[in-house]
Design a protein around this ligand. Structure first.
Ligand code: BJW
Length: 245
């Protein structure tokens, strides 16, 4: 197996997706065939889906809250914690996962690009209440309301068709810029992601355009696999602990 050199000149930007949590027992989107209760996830996890049927959306997220609270980080999560301890500020983890497992494993330099399953916010864009921690598994048939304005609460998740937080994107871009300006070796490693959802799927092209080195660790060839210079096929929980040197 190829190994990835993590020396004093290396700046490592990691992107993770649902595959990294698969060995913890969290279902991937591809694993669900992109369906939930026979509906495309793209329909459920969308502003249109919430407007049409907020009960269904809260059933989906309550079920996932219950599932994610019950699982533990796996050796893939642990390997990323070890790399961060070794590289310090020359490490950044951008995750598409909303399950919170990276932080529970001990990762600190984390950007949760698609939000967090255990955070809720008011659906009224004019409400002043900020997003807040919320581990409640709401009973089926319940849609929580905002204490401040009475509008419906929603999960603090980036749905299809919604903008990612610009501060998150800036943090990722700034990391890459800082790496290149320092004269260091920028390495981008994506793990457990189908490479189908943007803007995350486009990160590999941005890093290559900036002169960085690119690695993919995935169970199967992702949609953007041909954009990577190195592809190590396998389970992230088995590959990542052996990959860094
Ligand atoms: C393992 C494994 C193991 C399994 N080990 N591997 C450019 C072109 C075309 C379209 C667009 C574009 N830019 C934006 C868009 C629109 C849209 C988009 O990307 N659509 C695509 C479907 C084409 N993007 C957006 O809407 C984004 N917003 C945006 O860009 O705003 C501006 C804009 C809007 C509209 C138009 C244009 C611009 C927002 C995207 C938000 C995504 N949200 C979701 C759901 C909510 C989160 C939740 O409820 O959990 O996030 S979608 C879903 O996909 C979820 C995931 O984070 C995301 C990525 O999935 P991931 O992680 O890759 O999982 P899977 O299941 O797909 O793949 C798992 C992989 O792991 C597989 O490959 C397995 O083989 C592998 N695997 N076991 C290693 N043990």
């Amino acid at each position: 197996m190829e190994t990835l050199l993590l020396d004093a000149n290396t700046w490592l930007l990691v992107l993770t997706g649902a595959g990294v949590s698969a060995e913890s027992g969290v279902p991937t989107f591809r694993g669900m065939n992109g369906l939930w209760e026979d509906q495309p996830v793209t329909e459920v996890a969308s502003p249109r889906g919430f407007a049409k049927d907020p009960l269904r959306v809260w059933r989906f997220y309550s079920q996932r809250r219950a599932g994610a609270a019950d699982v533990s980080p796996n050796p893939g999560h642990d390997a990323l914690v070890a790399w961060e301890r070794h590289l310090g500020d020359r490490f950044l983890l951008a995750t598409q996962n909303v399950d919170g497992l990276h932080r529970r494993a001990g990762s600190q330099r984390v950007v949760e690009m698609h939000g967090n399953l255990f955070t809720s916010r008011c659906s009224n864009p004019d409400c002043t209440r900020p997003p807040f921690p919320d581990t409640t598994v709401y009973a089926s048939g319940t849609v929580p309301g905002c204490k401040e304005c009475g509008a419906l609460l929603r999960p603090h998740i980036v749905w299809f068709g919604e903008q990612l937080d610009p501060d998150d994107l800036t943090r990722i871009e700034s990391f890459a810029v800082k790496a290149m300006r320092s004269g260091g070796r920028l390495v981008f490693l994506a793990a457990g992601t189908s490479g189908a959802v943007y803007p995350a799927a486009g990160m590999v092209d941005n890093v290559r355009a900036a002169g960085g080195e690119t690695w993919l660790v995935n169970l199967d060839a992702s949609e953007n696999a041909s954009s990577f210079e190195h592809f190590v096929q396998g389970k992230s929980g088995e590959v990542l602990p052996k990959l860094g040197r």
